[in-house]
Design a protein around this ligand. Structure first.
Ligand SMILES: Cc1cc2nc3c(=O)[nH]c(=O)nc-3n(C[C@H](O)[C@H](O)[C@H](O)COP(=O)(O)OP(=O)(O)OC[C@H]3O[C@@H](n4cnc5c(N)ncnc54)[C@H](O)[C@@H]3O)c2cc1C
Length: 494
C-alpha cells in the first residue's frame, strides 16, 4: 500500500557497475559450469565439506559466507538452468530489464544493503512523484491516500495500531515462544479484523494488503503468521509503505544481478541443472546428496529454499515429524497463484498527468500496479500483480495481455491501450517455486515453527522463510543464507 512520504533514512546511490546486459552475459562465463554429458557419465562420487542446495539469493549467500569463513570445499547445486530463484530479470529492449519476481528493497533491510554495497551494485529510488490511484470498495480515487471519510480513516488507523501493538509482543523470529502463541495461531487475520474493525473499509484495505503481501485472503491466514511477518519487518508501516517502506528502491540492472554476481564470484562451485533428489544423513557415514546428474558426499548440507519446495527432496532417514508436518502443511496451502506482468509503452505517459503509476485495489483482476520504467524514463513500464484464480477469463496469456490493457485504461486513460510490448512470469506454473510469498494457515507455525531453522542432524536450513528479520523478503533470504553458513562452519569446527 502506498503512502507517498519522504523517506526517513539517508538514500544511498551505489556505484553503477553492473547493467542487466552485462550480468546476463556473465551467465555463460567460464568457470560457472554445467557438467558435460561425458563428465557426468565418468564422474566419480565427489566429496566436499558442504553441499548447498538451491542457488537463489539464500543459497548463494550461504556459499559466499562459507568462503569468507574459510570453508572452500563446497558446491551450490541448482535445479534450474539459471541462478536467482524467485528473482528473475526479463529483457524489455534498449538494454533494459524488468523484474518479474522479487524487486524492491527498503530502509532497515541491512543484509541486502550491505551485500549490494560489497558487490558494487547500485540502487535507485522508485518513481513515486505524483498521485497514487486507489480502487477500494468500488471507489476509484487518486491522491496521497485513498478518498475516505474521517470515520473510515480513524477506524483503519486504530486497527492498524492495535495490530502493530500486538506484533511488537512477538519475540523476533520466534513467534512460537509468544505467550498465547497457539491461540493466536488458531485464529485468522480475518477473524481478528471482524472483532476489531468498525467499518467495512478497514477489512477491505486489509484484504488488499493481505493479497499483496501474503498472497492470500485474511480469512485463511494465521494471525500468528501475520504478526511474525510484521515483527520481522519492523511493523506494519515498513511493509505497507511504498515510498520509504519495503518498496522504496530498485536495484540497478535488476535484482537477479545480485545472484548472478555472487554466482560469478563462486565460479565452478555453482552447478546448474542439478535437481537434488535425495539427501542421506546416516550417522557415522558421510552424507550423500543425489542429483539428477551425479552424487556428492558431504560433511554438511544446507537446504536453501522455501519449506514447501523441500517436499520434492527425499530425506533419509526421514526428518523429525514436526518438520515434516510443517513442510507438508505448507505445501498444501491454498495460496493465490501469482502472475507478475509488465506492460511496455513508448513513454511513461501517466507521469505527465500527475500520476505516479501506482495503483492498489481490493478487486480483481489487478491487485497492484507500479511504474517500473527504467530510471532514465526512456520507455514506460507498468508492472501489474494479478492472481489468475481470481479472474479465470484471463487464464490464457494472450487474453491476459489484452484484458490487462483494458484494466490499465480504466486507471490511466486510453493511452494505456497503446502498449508496445508485454512480458510476464506466471509463478503458479513454475516447476521449482511452489509459491512466491508464502502465507501460513492456522495451526502450523505454533506447532512446527521452530523447525524452520533448527538443524536436522547435519542438515541446516536457509531460505527466506527461515529468516528472523524480513522473513519473506530478499533481505531475509540473504541473512538466512549467512546464518546457515555460520552454523555449518561452527559445526564443522566441532
Ligand atoms: C512475484 C514476486 C515478487 C516479489 N517481490 C519482492 C520484493 O519486491 N522485494 C523482496 O524483498 N522480495 C520479493 N519477493 C520475494 C523474494 O523474491 C524472495 O524472498 C527471495 O528471492 C527468496 O530467495 P531464497 O533464496 O530464499 O529462495 P528461492 O529464490 O526460491 O531459491 C531457491 C532455489 O532452490 C532451487 N531449488 C528448488 N528445489 C531444488 C532442488 N530439488 N534441487 C536443487 N535446487 C532446487 C530453486 O530453483 C531456487 O533457485 C518476491 C517474490 C516474487 C515471486
Amino acid at each position: 500500500m502506498c503512502v507517498s512520504m519522504t523517506s526517513r533514512y539517508t538514500r544511498r546511490r551505489f556505484v553503477r557497475v553492473t547493467g542487466g546486459a552485462t550480468a546476463a552475459a556473465s551467465i555463460g562465463a567460464p568457470g560457472w559450469s554445467r557438467a558435460s554429458a561425458a563428465e557426468e557419465k565418468t564422474s566419480a562420487v565427489r566429496h566436499v565439506n558442504a553441499v548447498v542446495i538451491g542457488a537463489g539469493l539464500s543459497g548463494l549467500m550461504a556459499g559466499r559466507e562459507l568462503l569468507r569463513l574459510g570453508v572452500d570445499s563446497f558446491v551450490v547445486l541448482e535445479a534450474r538452468e539459471r541462478v536467482g530463484g524467485r528473482t528473475l530479470n526479463m529483457p524489455i529492449g534498449g538494454g533494459h530489464v524488468v523484474e518479474v519476481g522479487g524487486e524492491w528493497i527498503g530502509p532497515g533491510q541491512r543484509a541486502i544493503a550491505a551485500l549490494i554495497d560489497e558487490l558494487g551494485i547500485g540502487a535507485f529510488d522508485h518513481y513515486y512523484d505524483g498521485d497514487t490511484t486507489y480502487d477500494i470498495e468500488g471507489r476509484i480515487s487518486r491522491g496521497l491516500l485513498p478518498d475516505v471519510s474521517l470515520t473510515e480513516a480513524a477506524d483503519f488507523g486504530k486497527v492498524a495500531w492495535q495490530l502493530d501493538r500486538l506484533a511488537k509482543k512477538i519475540p523476533i523470529g520466534e513467534p512460537w515462544r509468544m505467550q498465547d502463541a497457539a491461540a493466536l495461531d488458531q485464529t485468522t487475520l480475518g477473524n481478528w479484523l471482524a472483532e476489531h474493525a468498525r467499518t467495512s473499509f478497514t477489512p477491505s484495505v486489509f484484504r488488499l494488503i493481505s493479497r499483496a503481501v501474503w498472497s492470500g485472503y485474511p480469512e485463511r491466514i494465521s494471525l500468528l503468521w501475520v504478526l511474525h511477518y510484521l515483527r520481522s519487518a519492523g511493523g506494519l508501516l515498513p511493509v505497507i509503505l511504498n515510498d520509504g517502506g519495503a518498496q522504496d528502491q530498485r536495484i540497478e540492472g535488476g535484482s537477479q544481478v545480485i545472484s548472478q554476481r555472487m554466482a560469478s564470484e563462486l565460479g565452478d562451485r555453482v552447478l546448474l541443472g542439478r535437481a537434488v533428489l535425495r539427501v542421506e544423513d546416516r550417522s557415522s557415514k558421510r552424507m550423500r546428496v543425489v542429483t539428477s546428474a551425479e552424487t556428492f558426499t558431504a560433511d554438511r548440507v544446507i537446504v536453501a529454499m522455501a519449506p514447501s519446495d523441500t517436499a520434492r527432496i527425499v530425506f533419509a532417514p526421514a526428518l523429525p515429524q514436526a518438520r515434516q508436518d510443517l513442510v507438508s502443511g505448507w505445501a498444501r496451502l491454498p495460496r493465490l497463484p501469482l502472475v507478475k506482468a509488465a506492460m511496455l509503452y513508448a513513454r511513461p505517459f501517466w507521469r505527465a498527468g500527475g500520476l505516479n503509476g501506482a495503483m492498489q485495489s481490493d478487486r480483481s483482476p489487478i491487485q497492484l500496479v507500479f511504474d517500473n520504467s527504467p530510471e532514465d524514463a526512456s520507455m514506460g513500464v507498468l508492472s501489474c500483480f494479478l492472481s489468475v484464480v481470481e479472474c479465470p477469463h484471463l487464464a490464457d496469456r494472450k487474453q491476459r495481455e489484452e484484458g490487462l490493457k483494458e484494466e490499465l485504461a480504466r486507471y490511466f486513460g486510453p493511452k494505456a491501450l497503446d502498449a508496445t510490448g508485454y512480458v510476464e512470469k506466471d509463478w503458479a506454473a513454475d516447476p521449482w517455486s511452489t509459491g512466491c510469498i508464502t502465507p501460513l494457515t492456522p495451526g502450523l507455525l505454533s506447532a512446527g515453527g521452530e523447525h524452520l531453522r533448527k538443524p536436522s542432524g547435519r542438515i541446516f536450513w536457509a531460505g527466506t522463510e527461515s529468516a528472523k528479520r524480513w522473513c519473506g523478503y530478499m533481505d531475509g533470504a540473504i541473512s538466512a543464507g549467512a546464518r546457515a553458513a555460520g552454523e555449518v562452519h561452527a559445526s564443522l569446527r566441532g
